[in-house]
Write a protein that binds this ligand. Structure first.
Ligand code: HEC
Ligand code: HEC
Length: 358
């Protein structure tokens, strides 16, 4: 089966769930043997979006008081009792006033000295808040809230933001009216350039989409302009564990636990050299070397421990080999030239040259 067909097999069921038009075309007939029609309940399970005009919003209701209970049980641990915490994310609540509710624009958004941009400051459409919480929160158990719990917790958040009084019951009947009180409902604009734009007193320049591609004398290796400061790395003591599912992140080696901060669970500080080994192994994954090289196992290319034995202490030789590729040293299969940053190639080479230790 060709790649295209394989892809289609995966994507067709997804496309079909996107709407009735796709269903009407009956791709199952158009491409016999490929895919099948999604069932009504499969479509319903995907079709949960709530539009700005509230199309798709399920019927239901919840009060501010019920919402406070939901918030304290299921949200406060991460977002703070009043939604003010910036522990997991920007604060959700704060920074809006009764005047903003009247005006439909949030005054603090235009202040350069205001410390943060909370969700309720920026949010223009209430449907977005409802939809997002319904599909994505609580973060550790998405889609676990009942419809009425979503109404209730949204009501509570709106109450904290001076949009609705207490007691108040938010429901599918009155949500459109409440939309008319959203603090930043008139704040959505396409009339802006790259930040900072007009609201900061700059005459708006053109948006970044007007950039033209560089054609000559272009910078090749990007320079890192800002870094997470060392003291902030591992601020919670378990940076590695937090990233264990996704691996290293661009711009920061999250596998490198701060030697001064014991990694959670292990309990003992790891040595900088051991951390460097981990970091190099992470680079192998990041740059897909592991698709062809096993640590101790030949795959398409030689086992890295064998490479390490042959080029013991020769980091300089290894850097060149990694970047330019080659053929014939280990067999007839060529190794393609590898396009990775010099710093990463050097780190891998140094690690190989010291024996590819774990
Ligand atoms: C386990 C921690 C955790 C819990 C519990 C949690 N959240 Fe979140 N919340 C997050 C994280 C992390 C983000 C940022 C997610 C992202 O950007 O991908 C977030 C984002 C949000 C946002 C979007 C903010 C924005 O401006 O984009 C809202 C609204 C929100 N949470 C509401 C809730 C509500 C309501 C609950 C309780 C029902 C809840 N959260 C429970 C961690 C949590
Ligand atoms: C598409 C498969 C493939 C990928 C991806 C790949 N390699 Fe290789 N690699 C090979 C093969 C095959 C050889 C053996 C080449 C030969 O016989 O000269 C090899 C050889 C090597 C050698 C020894 C070269 C020599 O002349 O002895 C090093 C070092 C090496 N690879 C490192 C890496 C690193 C680091 C990466 C990731 C940045 C990587 N490889 C990605 C297939 C691959």
């Amino acid at each position: 089966m060709s790649k295209w067909l394989e892809l289609r097999r995966v994507f067709f069921p997804m496309l079909m769930m996107c709407g009735a038009t796709a269903l009407a075309q009956k791709p199952a007939d158009a491409y016999p043997g490929v895919a099948r029609l999604a069932t009504a309940s499969e479509v319903a399970a995907w079709d949960i979006d709530v539009r700005a005009d509230f199309k798709g919003l399920p019927k239901g209701a919840g009060s501010v008081a019920q919402g406070q209970d939901v918030w304290e049980a299921k949200c406060a641990a991460c977002h703070g009792v009043f939604g003010e915490s910036n522990e997991v994310f920007n604060p959700v609540i704060g920074g809006v006033t009764a005047q903003d509710v009247e005006r439909g624009r949030v005054a603090n958004l235009t202040r350069s000295d205001y410390p943060s941009r909370t969700t309720l400051m920026k949010l223009a459409t209430l449907s977005t808040l409802w939809d997002y919480i319904n599909r994505a929160m609580p973060w550790n158990a998405p889609k676990s809230l009942s419809v009425n719990e979503v109404y209730a917790v949204v009501a509570y958040m709106l109450h904290l933001s001076e949009v609705v009084p207490d007691p108040f019951v938010l429901s599918d009947h009155n949500i459109a009216q409440v939309q008319q009180r959203m603090p930043n409902r008139l704040g959505m604009t396409t009339d802006h350039a790259m930040w900072p734009g007009r609201e900061w007193g700059r005459r708006a320049s053109r948006p970044d989409t007007a950039n033209t591609a560089c054609m000559k004398n272009c910078a090749t290796d990007p320079q890192v302009a800002s870094l997470l400061p060392d003291f902030a790395r591992n601020a919670h003591g378990n940076l590695r564990d937090q990233n264990r599912l996704v691996g290293p992140q661009r711009g920061a080696n999250t596998l490198l636990a701060d030697a001064s901060a014991p990694s959670a669970g292990v309990g003992a500080a790891i040595s900088p050299l051991a951390a460097g080994n981990k970091a190099s192994m992470a680079l192998l994954t990041q740059h897909n070397c592991t698709a062809c090289h096993g640590l101790e196992r030949k795959i398409v290319g030689p086992a890295l421990t064998d490479v390490a034995k042959r080029y013991n202490g020769q980091a300089d030789v290894l850097v060149v080999k990694i970047k330019s590729g080659g053929v014939g040293v280990w067999g007839p299969i060529p190794m393609p030239a590898q396009n990775l940053p010099d710093a990463d190639a050097k780190a891998i080479a140094a690690w190989l040259a010291r024996g590819a230790p774990r």
